[in-house]
Write a new protein. Structure first.
Length: 302
C-alpha cells in the first residue's frame, strides 16, 4: 500500500492543507494497518482488503492496549483513506464504507482556577531575559488561549501590542485574530524591549519567543517550563500548557462570553468542540437566572 499511502498523504498536505502532525499521525496509522494486513492476509494491495479485515485490525489494536481515542482516530484514517482511493478510481469497492467509528465518552477538560493561574504566572520572576520571556509566555497562553504549537510559531510581524491583537496560524494553516489582554501586552512589551534582544543571535529568526541560544522555542521546552513553574507555584505535577487554554475558554464562558466568539478565538472548526466548556460554573448560571428572571424566585419557592 506504500504508493497509495504516499499519494494520500500528498493529498492531505497539498489539497487539504492539513498540519504536518496530522499527516504523520495518519501515515503511522495506515502503515501500521498495512503491515498488519501483510502479515495476516499475505497481501499489500488495498483492493484486497475486506470489511472484516478492518474490524479485525481495530480489535487487534484494542487488545494491544491502544486507547479508545486513538482507535477512533485510526478508524477515521482508514475511512478517509479508502474514500480517497475510491475517488481516484484506484479500487472498485470501499471496504471502509460502513466501518463503525468507536464512540468515546466526552471527557470534561481539566482547568485551573483564576487564583491558580495567577500563582502560576507569578512564579515566573522577571529578573532576567529568560524570566521576562517565560512570564510573557504564560501570560499569552492564558490571555489568548493559544495552542503550544501556535505560540511557538508566533512571529514579530504577527503581534500588534498597540491594537492588542495577535495573528495566529492554527490547524490546517488557518489564520485568526485573537485579542491580547492588557497584562499580557505589558509582559510582552517588557520582554520585547529588554528580554528578547539579549537572546537574539546570528541564527535567530523572527519568532517572538527564543531559546537561550537564540533559536525558536520548541513545544517540548514550553511544556517543561510550565511544569517547572507549576512546581514552584505548588500546583499539581500534571499541570501542562493546554490547561491554560482550557482555563481561558472556561473563564470567558463563566464571565458571560458568547460561545461562538470563544469558538472563533480558539480556532475550533466546529462549535461542538467548543461546547464541551459549557459544563463550567453552572452555579454561576443559576445565580444569573435567579437574579434576572422575573419568575425565578417564585419557581424556587414552589
Amino acid at each position: 500500500m506504500a504508493p497509495e499511502i504516499d499519494e494520500f498523504i500528498k493529498y492531505l498536505a497539498i489539497e487539504r492543507g492539513l498540519s504536518t502532525n496530522y499527516q504523520l499521525s495518519t501515515r503511522r496509522s495506515l502503515e501500521t494497518f498495512s503491515e498488519w494486513f501483510s502479515r495476516t492476509a499475505g497481501s499489500t494491495l488495498p483492493g484486497a482488503v475486506k470489511p472484516s479485515h478492518l474490524t479485525d485490525f481495530l480489535a487487534w489494536r484494542k487488545k494491544a492496549g491502544l486507547a479508545s481515542a486513538s482507535i477512533k482516530l485510526e478508524a477515521i484514517a482508514l475511512r478517509v483513506f479508502y474514500r480517497f482511493l475510491i475517488g481516484r478510481n484506484l479500487i472498485r469497492e470501499n471496504p471502509a464504507e460502513h466501518l463503525p467509528i468507536p464512540r468515546i465518552d466526552a471527557r470534561l477538560p481539566d482547568t485551573l482556577g483564576v487564583a491558580e493561574v495567577a500563582r502560576l504566572i507569578d512564579a515566573a520572576r522577571e529578573t532576567d531575559p529568560l524570566g521576562l520571556r517565560d512570564r510573557a509566555i504564560l501570560e499569552l497562553l492564558y490571555a489568548s488561549g493559544l495552542r503550544v504549537a501556535e505560540l511557538c510559531r508566533v512571529r514579530l510581524e504577527n503581534l500588534s501590542l498597540e491594537e492588542s491583537f495577535i495573528r495566529v496560524t492554527g490547524k490546517g494553516e488557518k489564520t485568526r485574530l485573537v485579542p491580547v489582554g492588557s497584562e499580557a501586552c505589558t509582559a510582552l512589551a517588557r520582554y520585547l524591549e529588554t528580554g528578547r534582544p539579549a537572546l537574539v543571535s546570528k541564527r535567530s529568526g523572527a519568532e517572538v519567543f527564543l531559546s537561550v541560544r537564540g533559536r525558536k522555542l520548541t513545544t517540548q521546552r514550553i511544556w517543561q517550563l510550565v511544569k517547572i513553574y507549576a512546581s514552584m507555584a505548588g500546583l499539581p505535577a500534571d499541570t501542562h500548557p493546554h490547561l491554560l487554554r482550557h482555563s481561558f475558554a472556561t473563564h470567558l464562558l463563566a464571565g458571560g462570553a458568547d460561545l461562538r466568539i470563544i469558538q472563533e478565538m480558539l480556532g475550533h472548526a466546529d462549535i461542538s468542540t467548543t461546547q464541551i466548556y459549557t459544563h463550567v460554573d453552572t452555579s454561576g448560571l443559576r445565580d444569573v437566572h435567579r437574579k434576572f428572571h422575573p419568575r425565578a424566585s417564585a419557581i424556587e419557592r414552589g
